[in-house]
Write a protein that binds this ligand. Sequence first.
Ligand code: LLP
Length: 490
Amino acid sequence: MTVEIQNGASPLAPDWLQVPADLNELKEPMWAGSVDRNSAGALTVGGVSVQELKEQFGTPLFVMDEADFRARARAFKDSFDAAFADICGGVDVYYAGKSFLCTAVVKWVEEEGLRLDTASGGELAVAARAGIAGERVALHGNNKSDAEITRALDMGLGRIVVDSLDELVRVGDIARASGRQAKVMLRLTPGVHAHTHEFIATAHEDQKFGLSMAADTTEQAGLSAAEEAVAAASAHPGIELLGLHCHIGSQIFEPDGFALAAEKLLRFLAAMQEKYSITMPELDLGGGYGIAYTPVDTPRPAAEIAKAMAAVVRSTCAELGIDAPRISIEPGRAIVGSTTFTLYEVGTLKTVRVDAAASDNGDAGNNVTYPRRYVSVDGGMSDNARPVLYDADYSAVLASRTSTAAPQLSRVVGKHCESGDIVVRDVYLPGDVAAGDLLAVPGTGAYCWALSSNYNYLARPGVVAVRDGFARLIVRGETEEDLLNRDMGA
Ligand code: LLP
């Protein structure tokens, strides 16, 4: 039996997905500040229309609003500075380059008064090319190579965040061998389990990152790995121990987890300072602040998170009777994520009829089938691996024009040879979407280009920054020549 759908609402849709009152609306807060529609109905960013962008740069394309990036970076810096002014004189904000990194972005970060968090030698190379002072750069990673450690020391990095006891000794020895001292922070796992996708929650015990704060986690009876690292770091002549670090996970909305982690680290910091007669002047509380990918996501403003964290740091330090350490944070996604949308061109379309019972989102079935429209675009899992990796939900709008056609439950899919190649699992799009239309998927600034691949020998898209009516490539897209360059021949 087949049933036609009234008012567009489909039983195949997940519970959270409502039929939008206006399919052409650009729902806050998913879009960058300057994204709008022009009088012809086309999406514009910084005053530049998607047709102009397609003509100049092709599709797929990452389109970034530069002013929006700068505004979000400033919002973190200003609101955390304000909230912590009386506690530790302000906050150092390290932009997490793993979310999206290129030299232009490093320059914006610097110009807005932020610092840079890197996680590999390659990311350090970008930092070096951008010319940022090493003092303003941090290096992370759970398995840094000797070459990466040496590079960090050569660049005079402000901090190397050490992840394990093994690495602590390695960093100290390498620094000492060249008569230097490495500025080190210790990454601890405070045991706070953030409410997020399992793969991106990183401060619980059973995972690869960080030094455990639980007792008896080392050979030395009674000592936690974290304490053993504090003792070893403060005794090693090649190490200047700056303080402690934690990162509890990513795409987190509620401030409670950050506050709890801050409290746990402060208690530990105070205990270690007293026991080993040392001072650890810095405390880094990581990144992980969530953004809106769909209309039901409700991220908190930076100022709200800052206030909640400051309240806990203030009261805990007062209770412990210690001077507050200088606080730093490492937001990535919350700065770059919503600055960018991916522009795709629609190719083929097909509609299938799905038994609601058999559908992943469906209500209890009674052999009734409903339509699901597959809208294929010219990119896919190679430019956005997040739906495949994390079951991440996204949203999309028809970007090249507006439409008054009835909403149709759609699934935006890529062009890869893989049935899981989904860009937007469930979205209502106008029923007249056709080949040649442009679609825009918001919220693709973080961990999309950064995680992109050449699967099926697709060329990675370029990244365009738009500002004041002018669009420029900040990373050019790959060409077929790029794709063949490393093939050494028979
Ligand atoms: N600091 C550290 C030590 C981190 O490991 C991360 C992210 C950040 C800061 C920045 O987190 P953010 O503010 O961007 O959430 N690929 C996953 C996310 C992996 C996060 C890795 N670490 C995703 O696409 O959701």
